[in-house]
Design a binder for this molecule. Sequence first.
Ligand code: ADP
Length: 259
Amino acid sequence: GHAHPPAPPKGTAVPGVKAIIAVASGKGGVGKSTTSINLALGLRDLGLKVGLLDADIYGPSLPRLTGLAQKPEMEDGKTIIPLENFGLKLMSIGFLVEEETPMIWRGPMVMSAITQMLRDVKWGPLDVLVVDMPPGTGDAQLTMAQNVNLAGAVIVSTPQDLALIDARRGVAMFEKVNVPILGVVENMAYFVCPHCGGRSDVFGHGGAHQEADKMGVPFLGEIPLHMRIREMSDAGTPVLVSDPQGEQAAAYRHVAAGV
Ligand code: ADP
């Protein structure tokens, strides 16, 4: 049978949070987490109060992306105070458990961990909470899309055909549960040579844009495949923090403005 995990009542809102936006991808490794944090920073730059929940409990990336390792503090023995960095409120299962802890979660445990990070964390007051979803379009993602009061979803894809097929599944999943698609971001859209500055369309060009048009959803923009994005992410200082005037930061800000 299909035992459903314990879930909050449909459309659970998070106290003090005006809008929750999911960032999703059809599969792992396309840059969903990197896009999530830079999107959150881009929204911050628009003057919004922003939080970022790393809901990828299989492979939490927020500790690496922010350089934070301390455990969040508790209030009244049950409310978790989110960490803060770069003007963002931040929460990740990675702040609660050691990085090396094997995470063999079953579906229900996944949902309750995510539910807890939504309900038991003192998020508010926030204009936007960006949720970096677990990769893929399986049961856990569907349950979450159904149970959280999402204002909309952003789909991250690379330009390859296979990634685009997966992205289509992501769009279909959110449409099935009536969550508006805010748009598609094409990550690793083209390569900029750090030596000569020349541009190469490694995976072809414009695939995600065409796919978005075909699906009738907005195209939010292209993010180049760039050394600096990877280096700064790994250093815990995303490009919108370390190089806010740079071209890569501008690409993310363009995406944020479209959301
Ligand atoms: P996902 O969350 O989809 O698994 P990540 O955001 O963790 O993917 O990205 C996977 C790897 O690719 C990371 O090492 C990240 O730094 C790198 N990366 C993501 N986007 C870019 C980009 N536009 N340019 C260069 N490296 C990138």
